[in-house]
Design a protein around this ligand. Structure first.
Ligand SMILES: Cc1cc2nc3c(=O)[nH]c(=O)nc-3n(C[C@H](O)[C@H](O)[C@H](O)COP(=O)(O)O)c2cc1C
Length: 383
């Protein structure tokens, strides 16, 4: 019988580090939309290697994305990714310290299945699992599953029912019925429950008011968009206040970033110009730019295209270890708790970041030195 553990004691996403670290998008191709040969190629070995590097460096989170169709044409690398629950089970079995996440689209996964799959992964990884709940909008995915887009209010109403069912399946011992507008469950029951009590960490990246309400009711971590510093400072503060005032809860605020670490800032910028602009996968960047729902100025257009070529989104963390650590500390001062990061080449990038940037964050007091034994995993054999 598994030991029940308070999630704050076992899941590193709840640790005290002021700057938390995550690695993103290692379950698929196309984080950086580039043709350079050194870019990440999806194989299980490469994905696991990046996860193990993050785990060994003491990252709080290893996070997949969720995508089912191609963003360009059949055969394009944007359509190649591992399913995120299956992937997390494998990653969870081979890591010891980091939080292991899945990104699940609520309409693409029945809640009874999701609850049991997640409980299983939480046992595999000794209570380190976290769920990124996506209420998405990707038209090709919705069509392929035969779903009609419910609009933003409908999506989050659906998600509310979905996560309410998961929480009940994860915590109730008796059978229950659930009669919702979208979901009906008859004699709902799921055992074993997850190791984490009351249930695994939850995160959401919704940008709408409905997304914000969903986070307030259910989640521990909110991703916010990366915009100007002033926008992010205001957004982080108002988000926290809204959740505290309305729901009496505390949340963490995370952002996305792509990292290019070189000996100097100029060298890093030069490399971004090469891989994300000169060698950009233009078809992929064009496909994503077409989805933008507001016109961009010429200057914005250049910046957006460059950032899209460089990573799955977010802001640049460029330069030497000192440059990157300084930038992260400044962003932390805006109210950012965590960074979900991507690299062109995770194999070298995550390790170099671990060797050179993390010690600077530790020296500055933003992270405690990583001590593997105390990192939140229940030792195998203690269950
Ligand atoms: C860091 C981050 C990761 C995301 N990952 C995914 C994903 O893997 N799959 C997906 O369909 N949507 C993903 N999204 C989109 C969000 O879930 C959300 O739908 C989007 O931010 C729009 O917000 P809204 O749903 O409130 O309109 C992600 C967004 C962010 C900021």
């Amino acid at each position: 019988m598994a030991v029940d553990r308070a999630r704050a004691d076992v899941n590193p996403v709840f640790n005290d580090n002021k700057i938390k670290l995550g690695v993103f998008h290692i379950n698929g191709e196309g984080a950086a939309k580039t043709r350079v040969p050194e870019r990440f190629h999806l194989t299980w070995d490469n994905s696991l290697d990046a996860a193990i590097a993050a785990d060994a460096a003491g990252f709080e989170a290893i996070v997949p994305f969720s995508r089912w169709t191609t963003e360009v044409d059949p055969g394009h690398l944007s359509g190649t990714s591992y399913e995120s629950l299956t992937w997390a089970a494998g990653i969870g079995a081979q890591t010891r310290h980091s939080g292991v996440m899945s990104t699940c689209h609520v309409m693409h996964m029945h809640p009874v299945f999701a609850a049991k799959a997640i409980a299983t992964i939480d046992h595999i990884c000794n209570g380190r699992f976290a769920l990124n709940v996506v209420c998405g909008w990707v038209p090709g995915d919705m069509e392929m599953f035969g779903h009609t887009d419910l609009g933003v209010a409908g999506r989050y109403a659906y998600a509310d029912e979905w996560i309410t069912i998961l929480k009940r399946l994860w915590s109730e011992d008796d059978e229950f019925d659930f009669d919702g507008r979208y979901l009906n469950i008859s004699r709902g029951y799921s055992m074993p429950h997850p190791i984490q009590r009351p249930y695994p960490a939850l995160m959401n990246a919704g940008g709408s008011d409905e997304g914000q309400n969903f986070v307030g009711r259910h989640c521990d971590i909110a991703f916010i968009r990366t915009e100007t510093r002033e926008w992010m400072r205001n957004r982080a503060a108002s988000y926290r206040k809204f959740v505290a005032d309305t729901f009496g809860r505390q949340i963490q605020i995370w952002i996305q970033a792509y990292v290019v670490q070189r000996d100097s800032y100029a060298e890093a910028v030069k490399y971004v110009d090469r891989y994300a602009v000169d060698e950009a996968d233009r078809a992929h960047v064009d496909a994503i730019m077409r989805r933008r729902n507001r016109p961009l100025s010429a200057e914005e257009n250049i910046i957006y295209r460059r950032n899209l070529g460089a990573g799955p989104g977010g802001l640049p963390l460029l330069g030497s270890a000192e440059d990157i650590a300084r930038e992260m500390i400044e962003l932390s001062g805006l109210g950012i708790d965590g960074f979900l990061m991507s690299w062109v080449d995770y194999r070298d990038g995550v390790r170099r970041f671990g060797r050179e940037v993390i010690p600077l964050l530790e020296q500055a007091g933003y992270r405690k030195p990583f001590r593997p034994q105390a990192a939140g995993a229940v030792a195998v054999g203690s269950r």
